[in-house]
Design a protein around this ligand. Structure first.
Ligand code: UDX
Length: 431
């Protein structure tokens, strides 16, 4: 099929490349000329394992093209995926849909035959209805169908999540286009992916409900970890014990720093704002947002306690600063709150991240990027394992320290407390 992805951010690029790899002809469109030129030269704007190889392969095979010309690309395609950003509005509440509506207007004036328009961007319930209204201003109802097909791709695992999804959700009020979409996804369905057809509004809500539920699960276990610290119980036992109950499941029950990234913080806020508009109080999700926002302060207080409230002139190492492993994404990472707060209290911060230097810390006093784990540990008083990169899972701390021994605060519970203590280090973990 001939597909057009509007927006070459995370969702558009990964989905576009994977669709091309399944044999479709895909044009990825973006208004950013530099981005399109770079992509055409095999330069990928994001860090995602496996993505670069797939882009180069499919570009060479001519299954994947890049363009800045939206109108021409839409005319040449059968299905148009809207994959532009829906950031949180400046007032911090609902989703900013200006990019969605702007591209909808452009697409609606470029239609030359029947087109299926699919929103892959995460959009609040009823956005599909609003897009339909935009299209009706310039087109006959028979010439288009607006469908919701949310993405559930995790950063760092996006290619795998696309090829082996748990489910594919297609929300459409139009039978013909639902059949076409099911056909597009048939290579994945035949490999075992569940396919769910719903109303358009239901599909829009499934995405928000899923992310809010996962955020709730993480926040729940984080709060349990707080309790475990007070009563001397290991949170890992609680996670395993709960997770073995099939009704609960073991995934997304790992206690750690506050959840971050481009989705959970944004989507939890957006769904409560939508619900408020419909006069429904999502009190659970509201309290999850609050608990998560307070979590960095809570962990910082723990750092102060570990260092006996003497932060000034202490050297603190962060191993990993991204919001999770296998991504270079810093959006809503808890390190963005913790590092400036520690610097303000007079600490010197050294950080090492496998994805390198982070401009986010360039203006923060006394924050230095180290080029290796070894370098980052030298002269450190406290080592904080912030992100669960594989690179940090089997460090031989004993062979790497020189002079004084540092304290280790493992915010991802990677290490066995017993083994680290046997090496003579003071070790703290979550819960
Ligand atoms: C998420 C959703 O999982 C994905 O389906 C959606 O489409 C996009 O948003 P992503 O933001 O890439 O994906 O990351 P995810 O792996 O879900 O982790 C989000 C945050 O939760 C991270 O900060 C991570 O460290 C944290 N987390 C996750 C935990 O603290 N504990 C866990 O057990 C799982």
């Amino acid at each position: 099929m001939k597909l057009c992805m509007i927006g070459t951010g995370y969702v558009g690029l990964v989905s576009g490349v994977c669709f091309a790899d399944l044999g479709n002809d895909v044009i990825c469109v973006d208004k950013n000329i530099d981005k399109i030129n770079n992509l055409s030269n095999g330069k990928i704007p994001i860090y995602e394992p496996g993505l670069s190889e797939l882009v180069i392969k499919n570009f060479k095979n001519k299954k994947l093209k890049f363009s800045t010309n939206l109108k021409k690309s839409v005319k040449e395609s059968d299905i148009i995926f809207i994959c532009v950003g829906t950031p949180t509005k400046k007032d911090g509440s609902s989703a900013d849909l200006s990019q969605i509506f702007n591209v909808s207007k452009e697409i609606s004036s470029s239609i030359n035959k029947f087109k299926i328009i699919v929103t892959k961007s995460t959009v609040p319930v009823t956005t599909g209805d609003q897009i339909e209204k935009i299209f009706l201003k310039k087109n006959n109802r028979k010439n288009f169908a607006i469908i919701s097909n949310p993405e559930f791709l995790r950063e760092g695992e996006a290619i795998r999540d696309f090829i082996y999804p748990d489910r594919i959700v297609v929300g459409s009020n139009d039978k013909r286009s639902s059949r076409i979409l099911k056909n597009l996804y048939s290579p994945l369905i035949s490999k075992g992916a569940s396919y769910l057809h719903t109303s358009r509004r239901a599909a829009e809500l499934i995405k928000y409900a899923s992310n809010s539920f996962l955020a709730t699960k993480i926040t729940f276990i984080n709060e349990m970890a707080n309790l475990c610290e007070k009563i001397g119980v290991n949170i890992e036992d609680i996670s395993i014990g709960m997770g073995l109950d099939k009704r609960i499941g073991s995934r997304f029950l790992r206690a750690g720093p506050a959840y971050g990234g481009s989705c959970f913080p944004k989507d939890t806020k957006a769904i409560t704002s939508t619900a408020d508009k419909f006069k429904t109080n999502l009190s659970v999700v509201k309290s999850v947002i609050k608990s998560n926002e307070n979590r960095s302060t809570l962990l910082l207080n723990r750092v102060y306690e570990i260092l006996n409230k003497k932060i000034k002139n202490k050297t603190i190492t962060f191993l990993g600063v991204t919001f999770k492993a296998n991504t270079d994404d810093m959006r809503d990472s808890s390190s963005l709150k913790m590092i400036p707060a520690l610097s303000k209290k007079g600490a010197k911060i050294k950080y090492f991240d496998p994805t390198g230097y982070k401009k986010e810390f360039s203006k923060i006093k006394n924050v230095f990027n180290s080029l290796s784990i070894k370098d980052s540990l030298q002269g450190s008083d406290l080592v904080i394992i912030h992100t669960e990169w594989n690179d940090f899972k089997s460090i031989n701390f004993k062979s790497l320290y020189k002079g004084k021994k540092f304290i280790i605060y493992d915010m991802r519970n990677i290490y066995s407390p017993k083994k680290i203590k046997e090496q003579g280090f003071r070790y703290y973990s979550i819960g």
